[in-house]
Design a protein around this ligand. Sequence first.
Ligand code: 6CS
Ligand code: FE
Length: 306
Amino acid sequence: MVLVSDIYQSRTDNEAAIILRQDPVVYPGPYAQGEFALSEHQLRGYRKNGFIQLRGLLSETEASGLLHEANKLVEASGRERRPEAVYEPDGRDVRSVFRVHRINRVFDRLVRDGRLLDVARQILGSDVYVHQSRVNLKPGYAGKEFYWHSDFETWHVEDGMPRMRAVSCVVLLTENNEFNGPLMLVPGSHMHYISCIGRTPVDHYKKSLRRQEYGVPDPTSLDFLVDRGGLQSAKGPAGSVLFFDCNAMHGSSSNISPFPRANLFCVYNSVENHLRDPQAGLRPRPEFVAARDDVALLERVEPRQS
Ligand code: 6CS
Ligand code: FE
């Protein structure tokens, strides 16, 4: 019997560890020349930092239409207590609505829009499907923080995502400024995998999506990453789009400003990187958090410039 040890082991020990990335950042493939593909210079920046922000990729008019759609969806999902609606720790405000590309036609089209899909397929070097989509709300005065984490650490341990071949695309639906809790990233952090301490509780997602306590890096490992790469915040006008690698260390502070912060996330996974069994015999997370059945490749639609 050949023992294939897990190269990205995490939450199996009481020791943290820093593991060198063993996957490409940008994959070769047939989509290098898409109409909205990144330039060589932009691609170099993405490889180096693990993220790239494209200011004004969508117009502010388009973003405000998407924000209106998101607010309607959040209000309805909260009222109907839909499973895709995740509440803040205080149980009152909706923090996120998941799987928005499947419960709303506008978002179904957006995730296939060439301005997003061309970049995702270029970076992942293959056809892609949506692993997870969500609208994250940070209402003024009340939006809570998302502590530092690598999404891939959760997706590898709890969803059985084999390799680092997924990219998150964030559409800023409102302006993200220094006051309302913009996403913060550690440049270059995607090149090191932080193996976290602790063991994953059963049905961890019921807590982690509200306030993550397992799969968060220890301060020493965070110091290591920030000493090397510093911090950068993804501030920008509504309509800007951020792409970040699945293993980029990121987080965001709470929003005590009067200005709401709403972002739409779409996680593109390569069709070559379908989920396997979760680690440590964990039960698979629900479809709305991690797609296992709904994994057909995305067909591209022409952008509707407005
Ligand atoms: O567990 C997850 O899939 C979610 N958790 C965080 C904090 N970011 C990625 C994703 O939304
Ligand atoms: Fe995250």
